[in-house]
Design a protein around this ligand. Structure first.
Ligand code: KG4
Length: 341
């Protein structure tokens, strides 16, 4: 009886080329090559991302297998991110995964990037004090491309109960950072500067939309107009007030995110609450989750920082659960740029 499943996982949806090796849910290695080439452009340039993935993919997979101490002959399957993401970037990981699996006669597993962010909570590092969410749980999924509240009923059963109708939370951070002249991606810079600033110094508009949906475009415009108006009188306004601007913006984003999450948790009587995606690296959001946990008696699950932004470990753990369901895909599976969980 086979009781150990070894999955090679590949993630290439945006600007990180990542490969991981899992033994069941346990992570053996996770190697990521980031792409500094985009910094000069203030955002990810799709064509440059695809080219960098092509350069990185073989060394990254090779390093992941070596670090895991797993020979390719031991692998049970190859999992890859099929989408959503940048099509050219996805094509590199998808094509590599197909070629690799075909040459070894291994089954292929396609993984939805958003589902993978949620299931990052089940990655085991083999420590004795690990806690995993129990079903059903709510997950606030916040990244550069998505802001959703997901009701997670099982490893392969999720329902989006709310999502952004325009910009994602990460996008709001990044776009506001850009107008302040901060490097891309701006989220981590805002987080760092916010620590020194007054979160109540500026007020920006918050959306009024029904249900559990989000909207961040009004906040972005309100931030932009504040800068435009203040810069008329004082050209050094941004430089002189950067920390307060960052702290006030971060407070507003967190309030918007947490208000809907709290409402959903209350309405659905849920106490198992998780956060995932790149923006879950934000120190203010992590603190707000802990505070809400204490206040409302939630069991809060916050991923280790390494599993918040794009990584192949989350693709590997999702691949493992799909492997157990024998949910394999055909070799003609094509990447997709957009879609929900
Ligand atoms: O999940 P992710 O790596 O990529 C997507 O799948 O979108 O998320 C990237 C996003 C970017 O918008 C980045 O600015 C944001 O996550 N981010 C942060 C922080 N770290 C990353 N936003 C706020 N605070 C952070 N510390």
């Amino acid at each position: 009886m086979e009781n150990k499943v070894y999955i090679l996982a590949i993630e290439s949806s945006c600007d990180d080329t990542s490969a991981a090796v899992m033994e069941n849910t346990r992570l053996l290695s996770n190697v990521t090559a980031s792409q500094a080439v985009h910094e000069a452009y203030g955002g990810v340039v799709p064509e440059l991302a695809s080219r960098a993935h092509q350069q990185n993919i073989i060394p990254v997979v090779d390093a992941a297998l070596k670090r895991a101490g797993v020979d390719k002959s031991q692998l049970s399957a190859v999992a890859f991110t099929r989408g959503p993401g940048l099509l050219g970037s996805l094509l590199v990981g998808t094509s590599f995964a197909k070629g690799f699996a075909l040459s070894l006669g291994l089954p292929l597993i396609e993984v939805n990037h958003l589902q993978a962010h949620v299931l990052a909570h089940f990655i085991s590092e083999g420590k004795s004090d690990e806690h995993f969410p129990s079903f059903p749980f709510l997950c606030l999924l916040v990244s550069g491309g998505n802001s959703q509240i997901v009701k997670v009923l099982g490893y392969n059963k999720m329902e989006i109960i709310g999502q952004t109708i325009d910009d994602a939370a990460g996008e709001a951070f990044d776009k506001c950072a850009k107008v302040m002249g901060l490097p891309y991606p701006g989220g981590p810079h805002i987080d760092r500067l916010a620590k020194e600033g007054n979160p109540n110094r500026f007020t920006f508009s918050k959306p009024h939309i029904t249900g559990y949906d989000y909207s961040f475009s009004g906040l972005k415009t309100s931030f932009l107009y504040t800068l435009r108006d203040q810069l008329k009188d004082n050209p050094s306004f941004i430089e002189e007030n950067k920390a307060d601007l960052c702290a006030s913006l971060q407070r507003t984003v967190i309030e918007i995110l947490m208000d809907k999450l709290k409402r959903a948790a209350k309405d659905l009587h849920m106490r198992e609450i998780a956060v995932a995606g790149g923006v879950s690296a934000n120190s203010g959001l992590r603190q707000a989750m802990q505070d809400a946990g204490k206040r409302f008696g939630w069991n809060v699950y916050i991923p280790p920082l390494g599993y918040t932004t794009d990584n192949a470990a989350m693709v590997g753990v999702t691949g493992y659960f799909k492997y157990l369901d024998k949910d394999f895909c055909a070799v003609d599976a094509v990447p997709f740029a957009r879609v929900g969980v």
